[in-house]
Every structure is written in structure tokens, then in C-alpha cells.
Design a protein around this ligand. Structure first.
Ligand SMILES: *[C@@H]1O[C@H](CO)[C@@H](O)[C@H](O)[C@H]1NC(C)=O
Ligand SMILES: *[C@@H]1O[C@H](CO)[C@@H](O)[C@H](O)[C@H]1NC(C)=O
Ligand SMILES: *[C@@H]1O[C@H](CO)[C@@H](O)[C@H](O)[C@H]1NC(C)=O
Ligand SMILES: *[C@@H]1O[C@H](CO)[C@@H](O)[C@H](O)[C@H]1NC(C)=O
Ligand SMILES: *[C@@H]1O[C@H](CO)[C@@H](O)[C@H](O)[C@H]1NC(C)=O
Ligand SMILES: *[C@@H]1O[C@H](CO)[C@@H](O)[C@H](O)[C@H]1NC(C)=O
Length: 336
């Protein structure tokens, strides 16, 4: 945490800005329309990734020390089977790998799609010692680029005193390299408390049912409607019509926020869909993804991220069970 000092002035102005957004008039007491009736959870994607590089130690430490949020880690495996938290399967998207290993570019099939870049499966964990994190979203500050090394999953689980959310975006990809994501995740969940495990792959989640602790929630992640889920060959859009089948292997779903409040091409908000009610009726929790204060918001929110969060949690009709965000402090403000 020695490095967090020089971040203070940036943090100070950011906090001030966020607090100036005004007090929220959210629900109080136990009247939340979540599945459990509890307040919705806030999940910090890669920690406070709106400010620090996603999945960096200060992103996690800052989110943990200042807020009551779950810490999301996108799990990737190295050649020697060590888990690291990284927001993208292409390491060149979010690290300095291409500078350290200029000849490391490879092309692999990722869920059937030919993908070129630098991949963790080509490196042993020790090779990555000097690789540092970069912001993946270029419009954000470059101030912390190259300052922080990669965070191993085990370090995240053992050090950060906060609920842990492990997202496994790819499972079948790693089996091509004889790496078992399932074994790795099961071994982590035996040694540490893992509160949530999410994946967009049905076969992966099914392989965990009954094998993880009773308190670990398995969450099926929906990707864009037209994409094909690799183990069933169904599109995510068609799977959404059969939530009772999802309930057989998951206790919750995670959906892009536009599944709930669609936005027109010219950026106006449409009426909400019935997906939150449908999920709750099927006995599934529903978490909404893709929140960040610096992403283009629908005009209906008048440039106010708080107004957006409130649409998802305090609209009189329904409330999602959690919000996945790069700026955890803002939804916490909306909930408080
Ligand atoms: C990391 O950098 C140090 C200092 O430059 C060097 O001695 C070491 O060999 C490097 N390690 C790896 C794995 O590249
Ligand atoms: C990293 O990937 C994300 C998602 O695909 C993309 O939006 C972003 O522009 C990429 N960033 C860089 C630096 O390549
Ligand atoms: C994976 O294991 C199989 C059987 O042991 C072997 O034939 C194959 O070459 C291995 N693949 C890789 C990428 O190591
Ligand atoms: C999915 O489609 C691919 C290619 O069309 C096929 O090879 C594979 O067997 C199918 N898998 C399932 C589970 O139907
Ligand atoms: C929903 O999925 C279940 C189990 O996969 C299947 O038996 C059922 O026919 C499906 N229902 C519809 C309406 O597609
Ligand atoms: C968003 O704003 C547009 C334009 O004012 C309005 O027509 C539309 O009904 C609003 N959408 C919602 C969901 O309130």
C-alpha cells in the first residue's frame, strides 16, 4: 500500500465529485424487492477499476478498505496452472506483456473465434514477475500504468477481507492446454471462502454443482443475446427464455444491464423488460453488469450515474440483487 500515497489528491477530488452528485433517496429498512429482501450487493469489478488498473492490488485494497463491496476477479490460468486476476483473456489488453515478450504474440481459437494476442497459457507464473498492469480503457488516467504487478487469485482470496467473486469467463479454452479450470477453482474454494463463482459456460457450472460449499453461489453469466453458449450451442437470448433450466445448475444470473433496461440506438431508455421478475419467479437472483460512471449513459439519466443505479434498485417495481461496477462507491451511495 506504499504506493497509494501519491494517489491521494486524485482520490480526494474523485470522492468529492462523487459525493457532490447528491444524496440518494433509496429504500430503507427491509423493503428491498430483491429475492432475499436484503439490500442489493455491490460488486467491484477488478476492485475500484474506474480509477486504478483493473485487478491491481490498489484497486482491490481501496475498494475493500473504504467500502462494503464484493471483489470480482476474472480468473485466468498460467502454463503452470496458477490463477491470476486479469480483465481480458488477451494479456496485451491490460498489461505490459508485449514489451517484455515482444515475440509472444499467438493466435488461438477462443470459443471458436480466432483470437490474436498474448495469452497467459504461454507463460509460467514466474515469467510474469515483471509484467505490470495497464488501464484497459484508454480514456481513463494513465497515471498508474506500469506501477503494479499482477495479483494471483490465491493472494486476492487470502488478503482481501471482503466477499470474493470469481468469474471464469473461459473454461473450454484452457482444456485445450490440458489446464483444468475446474480443479483450480475447486481447490481454491476448499482453501478459502469463495462467495460467488460465475461463468458464461453451462458445462463448467454444472461440473461444480454439489462440489462447492453450500454458501458459494453459482451464477450463470449471460453474454449478448446473439452469442452462442459453447457447451449447449444455444444463444444466450434463447437460454433467457428457459430460466427454470438455468435454476438446475445456478442460484443466480448475471446479465448485461440492457437486458433489464434496453436503450435505443439514439440512446434513450426504453421501458424495462420482465427479466428481473422472471428470474425471481424462477427462484434465481439477478445481478446486472456493465456499470461505470464514465461510460456513456442513456440521456434519460441526465448524465447522473446515481440516477441510473436507482432505476435498477429503486423504481417501485423491482430491484436487482446486485450491481457489477467499476465505481463501487456510487452504487453504495445509491443504496445507503
Ligand atoms: C525481472 O527484472 C529483474 C530486474 O530487472 C531481473 O533481474 C529479473 O531477471 C526479471 N525477471 C524475469 C522473470 O524476467
Ligand atoms: C481492451 O478490451 C476491451 C474489451 O474488448 C476494449 O473495450 C478496450 O478498448 C481494450 N483496450 C485496449 C487498450 O486494447
Ligand atoms: C494434452 O494431453 C494430451 C494427452 O496427454 C497430449 O496428447 C497433448 O499433447 C497435450 N496437449 C498440450 C497442449 O499439452
Ligand atoms: C456445437 O456445434 C459445433 C459446431 O457446429 C459442433 O461441433 C458441436 O458438437 C456442437 N455441440 C453441441 C453440444 O451440440
Ligand atoms: C427448458 O429446459 C429444460 C431442461 O433443459 C427442458 O426440458 C425444457 O423442455 C425447456 N423448456 C422450453 C420451453 O424450452
Ligand atoms: C426516456 O426519455 C424519452 C425522451 O424524453 C422518453 O420518451 C422515454 O419514455 C424515456 N424512457 C423511460 C424508460 O422513461
Amino acid at each position: 500500500m506504499g504506493r497509494s500515497g501519491h494517489a491521494c489528491s486524485v482520490l480526494g477530488s474523485l470522492l468529492l465529485l462523487l459525493l457532490l452528485l447528491g444524496p440518494a433517496a433509496a429504500q430503507k429498512g427491509s423493503t428491498w424487492k430483491t429475492l432475499s429482501g436484503d439490500a442489493p450487493a455491490v460488486i467491484a469489478k477488478g476492485g475500484f477499476s474506474g480509477l486504478f488498473p483493473d485487478s491491481s492490488d490498489p484497486a482491490y485494497s481501496f475498494a475493500v478498505s473504504n467500502q462494503d463491496s464484493a471483489q470480482w476477479c476474472d480468473v485466468r490460468l498460467t502454463k503452470d496452472g496458477v490463477g491470476i486476476c486479469l480483465p481480458d483473456i488477451k494479456m496485451d489488453n491490460c498489461t505490459t506483456i508485449s514489451d517484455l515478450f515482444p515475440k509472444g504474440k499467438k493466435t488461438y481459437r477462443v470459443n471458436g473465434v480466432s483470437t490474436t494476442g498474448w495469452f497467459s497459457v504461454d507463460y509460467n507464473s514466474i515469467d510474469l514477475t515483471n509484467v505490470t498492469l495497464l488501464r484497459a480503457i484508454l480514456s481513463r488516467t494513465n497515471r498508474f500504468d506500469g506501477s503494479f504487478t499482477l495479483v494471483q487469485v490465491e493472494v486476492a482470496l487470502s488478503q482481501y477481507k471482503a466477499p470474493a467473486w470469481l468469474n471464469v469467463q473461459h473454461d473450454s479454452f484452457y482444456s485445450q492446454f490440458n489446464l483444468s479450470m475446474r480443479s483450480y477453482i475447486l481447490s481454491m474454494s476448499k482453501q478459502y471462502t469463495v462467495d460467488y463463482i460465475s461463468s458464461p459456460e453451462v458445462s463448467f457450472l454444472k461440473s461444480l454443482v454439489g462440489r462447492v460449499g453450500r454458501k458459494t453461489k453459482l451464477v450463470f453469466r449471460f453474454l449478448d443475446e446473439g452469442l452462442v453458449e459453447p457447451s449447449t450451442n444455444q444463444t444466450y437470448g434463447s437460454m433467457l427464455k428457459n430460466l427454470s433450466s438455468v435454476k438446475t445448475f445456478a442460484s443466480g444470473i448475471l446479465v448485461p444491464k440492457h437486458y433489464i433496461w434496453p436503450v435505443t440506438a439514439d440512446n434513450y431508455l426504453q421501458p424495462s423488460t420482465s427479466v428481473v421478475d422472471d428470474a425471481h419467479k424462477a427462484g434465481l437472483e439477478i445481478y446486472a453488469a456493465d456499470f461505470a460512471n464514465d461510460f456513456a449513459l442513456s440521456y434519460n439519466y441526465s448524465y447522473d450515474p446515481l440516477a441510473e443505479y436507482l432505476r435498477f434498485i429503486d423504481n417501485g417495481a423491482f430491484c436487482v440483487d446486485g450491481l457489477l461496477t467499476d465505481f463501487p462507491i456510487t452504487p453504495l451511495e445509491a443504496i445507503a
